[in-house]
Design a protein around this ligand. Sequence first.
Ligand code: SF4
Length: 308
Amino acid sequence: MTDLAKQTRTDLARDFQLWTTSVAKHTRADDGTEKLLLDLADGGQIECVLLRDDVRRTICISTQVGCAMGCVFCASGLDGLARNLTTGEIVEQMLRLARLLEPEERLSHVVVMGMGEPLANLDALLPALAEVTDPTGLGISGRRVTISTVGLPAAMRRLAEHGAQYRLAVSLHAPDDQLRNQIVPTAKKITLAAILHEANRYFEISGRRLTFEYVLLAGVNDSPEQASRLAQLLRGRLALVNVIPYNQVAGLPYRTPNVAVQRRFRDILVDAGIEVKIRHRKGSKIDAACGQLRRQAAQVGSSGTSPS
Ligand code: SF4
């Protein structure tokens, strides 16, 4: 900023720091997906991703260091929760990813689906998202922002009361409480009925179709009978179900169901009148599933070698 006096520039450089994070690792997959592993000022690490799909440019950001939800298939939850991110750290991920775009590219969507449970850190997330939608910020419509949650009813209610401008994606992963308690063990006291009740409320206020996420784990939650029970559970709702074939994580025992099983699961839901998409994780060659890169870096780091 040469329009500022030289002394002022010197003072600013000495007294202020623009970034609190630094890039520990930057990977790019053949499909255009780019992933950043960021070092935080206190030594923690988080991940964030830029996804390219046709003209769509989506960034996926984290809200916590680690995660307390402990979904059994997830790399981010393996070591539990270290801490919530600050609003600044959430905003920095978006700015760092936006800087990866080519001049002709435009950021179009934000998904809050990275490391952590976003609704467990609403106090920091909501002001960060205000920067996303502000015309003087990133200027992205709230309709293009999706928040993913394992389903924390009280926080879902708070988000609804906040104005319900964002899309909500609720992770179910099971058609009944018994199985869900095994897959998302920390959510034992939260029933599917309570989650769906708040999801309905969110839908009533926002008027927008709900999204449900279902990670398909071979031999665990992918049977025809489980598909029928899921269809039963969601019947009558204006909803989209994203069936996500599991992205295998080193060290975890879960496997990806084969394509025939994935299709059979989808077809049962479709026959019951439910809209379904099978979503494949992009960038799997660079460990784009949440938490994998950070975990890898921690393991390499603990064996005394540089993460990069
Ligand atoms: S899937 Fe999401 S909510 Fe579950 S442990 Fe991983 S980061 Fe947390």
